[in-house]
Ligand binder design. Structure first.
Ligand SMILES: [Mg+2]
Length: 381
């Protein structure tokens, strides 16, 4: 039973992220007046199919989240069954997965299918992932730069190559919080979450919010004691403050988390509160807006989703992060069917969630022989 609850939360986290992403995409670059003009004073309330393909689509946030998961699962498979003398750190596997994502943004599926050189991710077999949905420039640029560089070592990933704190790091790291690790205070988990964001975003405000997010998600999926969402957010804030105690930008992150907690309890309207937190183009603001929406509407997933995207900022990313948090809190089954039915790649997202769940089973049962289908997808090299 406990395992079924956990599986449901993992599914909820990834599907929730997809819901916020897909709902926010049509209003991502719209000014507020343009949103009210088109959708009425309450803003966008339901999915709007993409003008080009007529379907409800996910964007780079969910695409990259899936590739993060694929990378982390390849790492786990390698640790379990690969060559132990040649073990790479998890971030290298995730980096390889991000290179596959970059390929989906630069060639058509048909071209990829016919080419000799294939990437390591099984997700590359899914034509729908070869779609450009306003991908973040810094993600593209950083990964292209690495690609030009040739073989990348772990040390290379963490040379400061840019000063970006865009939200492209935090919006894709949720899977890190969904994997079971023997890490009771979550210090290693938090640092790894930040490392994954740092692959493309080297400003500390670009990666510290990722540590906060994976901490929160991990506590929601693997609770060790009864805690409210607010208590979890406070614990995550304090844990990350300890890890990055010497960072000159830490206070800005703490200010925004504290503001989100405070604003979630006041009587003001949502837009006034969200404006105080920013627009979400940068990671600390995206996290702040998501925390605000998740805390304020923790008992109403649909309302949280709607509020999280109806503003002039980076709507799909603030929606995606809000959905990751609340989906992990309430689980997949509790999400209204209207958000599931039309969501692009829902089956793929659920498959990845269940593969993460299976990896957790493996982590907890060292005697288990890994399932051959799972290994076929994730064991490389
Ligand atoms: Mg996006």
């Amino acid at each position: 039973m406990e395992k079924e609850v956990r599986r449901d939360k993992i599914r909820g986290c990834l599907i929730g992220g997809g819901v916020g992403d897909a709902l926010g995409y049509p209003v991502e670059f719209r000014r507020e007046n343009a949103i009210w003009d088109k959708y009425g004073p309450e803003g966008i309330q339901a999915y709007e199919p993409d003008r080009r393909c007529g379907k409800v689509v996910i964007t780079d946030d969910t695409q990259m989240t899936l590739f993060t998961a694929n990378g982390l699962l390849m790492d786990i498979a390698a640790r379990r069954c690969g060559n132990r003398s040649e073990q790479d750190p998890p971030a290298i596997w995730v980096y390889r997965a991000y290179q596959d994502w970059l390929t989906t943004q630069s060639v058509r599926y048909a071209e990829y299918r016919d080419c000799e050189e294939k990437g390591p991710c099984w997700l590359m077999n899914i034509p729908e992932l070869f779609a450009l949905r306003a991908p973040g420039n810094m993600c593209l640029h950083s990964l292209e730069e690495f690609r030009a560089f040739g073989a990348v070592r772990y040390e290379d990933l963490y040379k400061k190559r840019n000063d970006s704190k865009g939200c492209g790091g935090v919006m894709r790291v949720a899977p890190m919080g969904l994997l079971h690790r023997a890490d009771p205070d979550l210090v290693e988990t938090d640092k790894l979450g930040a490392e994954l964001a740092m692959i493309t975003h080297c400003h500390s405000l670009g990666y510290m919010p990722a540590a906060v997010l994976v901490h929160i998600i991990s506590r929601l999926v693997f609770p060790q004691k009864e805690m409210t969402l607010e208590e979890i957010v406070i614990e995550a804030r304090d844990a990350v403050a300890k890890i990055y105690a010497d960072d000159e930008n830490l206070f800005k992150l703490l200010l925004i988390i504290n503001a989100a907690i405070r604003l979630a309890k006041n009587e003001d309207d949502d837009l006034t509160n969200i404006h105080k937190l920013g627009e979400g183009w940068v990671a600390e603001e995206a996290l702040g807006i998501a925390l605000y929406c998740a805390l304020r509407y923790q008992n109403d997933f649909s309302k949280a989703m709607i509020v999280s995207v109806n503003h002039k900022g980076d709507s799909d990313s603030t929606g995606a992060v809000t959905g990751n948090i609340l989906g992990a809190l309430i689980g997949y089954e509790a999400i209204d069917d209207k958000w599931k039915e039309e969501l692009e790649l829902r089956e793929t997202i659920l498959e990845v969630a269940d593969d993460i769940h299976y990896a957790n089973e493996l982590a907890e049962q060292p005697e288990l022989t890994p399932d051959s289908k799972w290994l076929e997808k994730y064991l490389r090299k």
